[in-house]
Design a protein. Structure first.
Lengths: 567, 348
């Protein structure tokens, strides 16, 4: 009896730290937002209120529309690619698969800069056309448009479809389609009657996930959409930071959160494995080389599309960051063109002499510190939460929803909530920079729990009991049994948290003030300013982030347990 | 009806099937019996059109069908783990092939029902196949394969996933259904009991080749070689050398044996194997004299219900024999095999 109560207490303690963290840094801001949003409703004159409500409705409508359109286009690109990766072996397959993953991990700010370096007024395409036809103005205006937003969304979400649907497709028991063939079904009917119905949960789940990412899109819309297009996220940002209309920002946040939760609930219902394991074979089907002419043409087409859509923007960013092609601001006369590392060198030099100027190196240092702190916080709390979720019986039913809700909150909402709640010293962002890693840790926490929990569940209790009977106390058991088994997952979740924090833009844009910008915030500032040097430095910082993320995704891809999917 | 000519197939550079030829006649059940990895499932998939052979051809009633696509061959295949469509009910699974033929709804329903009747699964129509037991799934899979009235039925280890008791019961039912449907059938298994229970013709497959074809009785009476006798579990095999060709006399570590029943000619000096069937052993309570007799130590003696099974040790060999009465464990006995009961087999 006594030991029983003792272990229960111990389990309750596991909950305590993560729960307290969430209460203070998630639920408190959330409550503040709700209060603010509802305080807004009765105030204001009829006309003003009507205008504000129609703004909410219009923004919601546009957010929905662009998300639906983006999802559809992502499916158009992702489904053929999923088929290709799950069925055919071809040269460069592994490389292309990794390249396709990179945009998903890439910070949205870097994505925006990638497309800017390719299609923007100072991008390769325009500069190329200007040089070719001797033009004085960039001939193509491709940014600040809906297609630019859609393109970026397809760029970073295709890999969700490729991974989820491709994974399901490669595990789909080939005997089922063969059985249909034996019963007289031609290829078309096999697809319609067997393959498609069995893949539908995967396709539906992946589409909803993509839809969710597109619906909460912030950085890409802000930087590629221009002033004419605003999703809920961008509108929250604009209302809060430029128009100082916090109540309206709060209302927008509530709409966003409610809808996000609805989609998340749908996602959980749809992506449940409906037929148990009956439709899955134990191992992935063998890949084969494309044989017929149609298969070869299909492979070539999809590979070309993927290379153009995914590799080209990445290469464009990297190459543009080391090439000087236009005059500096104020510089006249002959333009020095050619290879240069100047943009990288300038990152570490304060040339402007302004007191408002923060050298990019400071942003890099800030980001690394924040990322390190966020990684530690998220993993410590995530591990405690994973243990708590794994162990507690009755408590869990009440506490699990508490941990799930933060998944539905966007980073911008978090930033807004922080700004509302923590505004008095010493707790404001200016004097308490730890708010940023706290916000980042909140964003990374669900990912960490989702990475660690399956591994934890995979450790049979008998292992711990065996260690116990051999004389190991609980701390020793943790060190000798749990930790070694979890090491790979822990590595993955640390890399996850680190890269998420490095690239986080939504919350940081609220919290990182003039003096302590993070890399993404600095990139956003630099690319919004005129001058080739600012542009070049934005490219250089983006390239550094890109390389860090590439290293991160490589580690994740290698350390991930075989057969375990990312989503 | 079905004729298979000289099928060859290799897998990862290794020959899996080597010049396989045989025919399946109307109403005949051919059992392909072989160890796992002997290529028997691959052979079935080649006949089904799910895999391509490197060389050889398939013929149906004198017409070559090697390049006819799977869905137009009109063959039925019951998969090893059934491959039932998890997104369809029992009804939906069985009706699938009929719907592919574009039959009117009423006919689809009537024939689905009669197929379910044949496997005694009426009443399960609306059940999800994922909720069925192994035996029930097996019946639905059989009904699904039979419903479109295929001109050939193939079964790939259909009982492999079931436990022993259920397997025994289902062998009997399969025999009834195969007999009632009067369809030519190819049945692939590694299980002797299944093969003996179902086959009109047994075909032994070993290392990509057909070792022997014949009725169950033929294979029992005269196995083609030592591997066949060992695989069929016919008795103990003793290595020896031919001493005289006529009458055949074989020298072994257990002494010399005279063999009178001989299917082929032997040359003196040839290495052979003698098959000692357990039911043919005679136990003598006197010292061995002359050929066909040897002394053995009794290691164990078990009562098997009707006979006693004893395990004997002679030199490096351990052999089993059946006797009507128990023999005391630990003693030495003399065992004799009469010349007409012994088989001399090619060593392999």
């Amino acid at each position: 009896m006594k030991t029983n109560r003792g272990t229960n207490l111990w389990k309750a303690l596991l909950w305590l730290l993560p729960a307290a963290f969430l209460l203070v840094f998630f639920y408190q801001p959330l409550t503040a937002i709700l209060r603010l949003a509802f305080s807004m409703l009765p105030t204001g004159t009829g006309a003003e209120q009507g205008f504000q409500l129609s703004l909410v409705a219009n923004t919601f409508g546009f957010t929905l529309w662009q998300a639906a359109l983006s999802t559809l286009l992502t499916l158009v690109v992702g489904l053929p690619a999923a088929y290709l990766f799950s069925h055919f072996e071809f040269a460069g397959r592994k490389f292309l698969r990794l390249v396709a993953l990179l945009p998903f991990i890439l910070p949205t700010v870097v994505t925006a800069v990638c497309f800017n370096s390719l299609l923007g007024p100072r991008g390769w395409l325009n500069l190329g056309l200007m040089a070719l036809f001797n033009l004085s103005e960039p001939p193509m205006r491709m940014l600040d448009s809906l297609p630019a937003i859609l393109l970026a969304h397809v760029f970073y979400n295709s890999s969700v479809i490729i991974r989820i649907v491709g994974g399901a497709w490669s595990r789909l028991d080939r005997k089922l389609t063969q059985a249909a063939q034996m019963l007289g079904a031609n290829a078309w009917r096999v697809f319609w009657e067997v393959t498609l119905p069995l893949l539908l949960p995967a396709i539906g789940g992946a589409s909803l996930l993509v839809f969710l990412f597109d619906f909460t899109s912030f950085g890409v819309v802000l930087m590629l959409g221009g002033p004419r297009f605003a999703t809920l996220e961008v509108e929250i940002y604009t209302q809060a930071l430029y128009l100082f209309n916090l109540p309206l920002a709060g209302l927008l946040s509530v709409v966003q959160l409610a809808f996000t939760l609805l989609v998340a609930w749908l996602y959980n219902r749809i992506s449940l494995p409906r037929y148990g394991k009956a439709a899955l074979s134990a191992e992935r089907a063998n890949l084969r080389r494309p044989k017929t002419r149609a298969e070869k043409a299909f492979t070539l087409t999809v590979v070309l599309v993927l290379v153009t859509l995914m590799l080209l923007p990445l290469l464009s960013l990297v190459s543009r960051s080391v090439v000087s092609l236009e005059a500096d601001r104020g510089a006249r006369g002959e333009v020095q063109t050619g290879f240069t590392l100047r943009y990288y060198r300038e990152l570490f030099r304060n040339t402007s002499g302004s007191i408002f100027y923060v050298p990019p190196a400071a942003a890099v240092r800030n980001s690394l510190m924040y990322a390190g702190a966020a990684m530690l916080i998220a993993n410590l709390l995530g591990m405690l939460a994973a243990y708590a979720l794994h162990y507690s019986g009755r408590l869990r039913r009440w506490l699990e929803p508490l941990f799930i809700l933060p998944l539905g909150a966007s980073a911008v909402t978090l930033g807004l909530g922080f700004v509302i709640v923590f505004r008095r010293a010493p707790w404001n962002a200016l004097s308490f920079p730890m708010l940023i890693p706290f916000a980042h840790a909140l964003v990374a926490l669900p990912l960490v729990v989702r990475t660690l929990l399956p591994t934890l569940r995979g450790i049979p209790d008998s292992l711990r009991q065996a260690a116990g009977t051999l004389g190991a106390g609980w701390a020793r058991v943790f060190r000798e049994v749990d930790l070694p088994v979890m090491l790979r997952s822990l590595l993955v979740s640390m890399v996850f948290a680190f890269t998420v924090s490095l690239g986080e833009f939504g919350a940081s844009s609220f919290l990182s003030t003039g003096q302590n910008p993070t890399i993404p915030v600095a990139i956003y500032r630099y690319i919004s300013q005129p001058g080739a040097l600012n542009y070049g430095q934005a490219l250089a910082m983006s390239t550094i982030l890109l390389l860090v993320c590439a290293a991160g995704s490589l580690i994740i891809e290698k350390a991930r347990l075989p057969g375990e999917e990312l989503f | 009806m079905l004729e298979i000519r000289d099928i060859t197939k290799s897998y990862e550079g290794k020959l899996l099937l080597e010049g396989i030829s045989f025919t399946v006649r109307e109403g005949e059940t051919v059992c392909l019996l072989g160890e796992s990895g002997s290529g028997k499932s691959t052979l079935l998939r080649i006949i089904a059109g799910l895999e391509e052979a490197e060389s050889g051809s398939l013929w149906w009633d004198g017409e070559e069908i090697s390049s006819v696509p799977t869905h137009k061959r009109g063959f039925g295949l019951m998969f090893q783990d059934y491959a039932l469509f998890p997104h369809r009910s029992v009804q939906g699974n069985v009706a699938f092939g009929l719907r592919m033929q574009g039959l009117p709804v009423a006919e689809v329903q009537a024939r689905t029902r009669s197929a379910l009747e044949m496997v005694r699964m009426v009443g399960f129509e609306s059940r999800a196949v994922t909720e069925l037991s192994g035996g029930e799934q097996q019946r639905v899979a059989l009904a699904r394969a039979l419903a479109p009235d295929p001109r050939l039925l193939m079964l790939d280890e259909p009982l492999g996933a079931l436990d022993h008791a259920l397997r025994k019961q289902l062998i009997g039912e399969l025999r009834r259904i195969l007999h009632e449907s009067r369809k030519p059938a190819i049945y692939v298994t590694h299980d002797r009991e299944e093969a003996f229970g179902l086959a009109d013709t047994l075909m032994l497959l070993h290392e990509g080749k057909i070792v022997q074809t014949g009725s169950t009785a033929e294979l029992f009476g005269q196995p083609a070689n030592a591997w066949a006798a060992g695989f069929l579990g016919l008795g103990s095999l003793i290595s020896g050398v031919v001493l005289d060709a006529a009458p055949l006399r074989v020298g072994t570590a257990l002494g010399n044996f005279i063999v009178s029943a001989c299917a082929r000619e032997w040359q003196p000096g040839q290495e052979v194997q003698l098959l000692l069937r357990p039911q043919d052993a005679q136990v003598l309570h006197k010292p061995p004299e002359g050929a066909n007799q040897f002394t053995a130590q009794v290691l164990d003696c078990l009562f098997m219900g009707e006979t006693y099974q004893s395990e004997l040790r002679v030199g490096e060999y351990t052999l089993n024999i059946y006797t009507d009465s128990p023999i005391p464990v630990g003693t030495d006995v003399t065992v004799a095999f009469s010349p007409e009961k012994l088989s001399c087999l090619e060593a392999k």
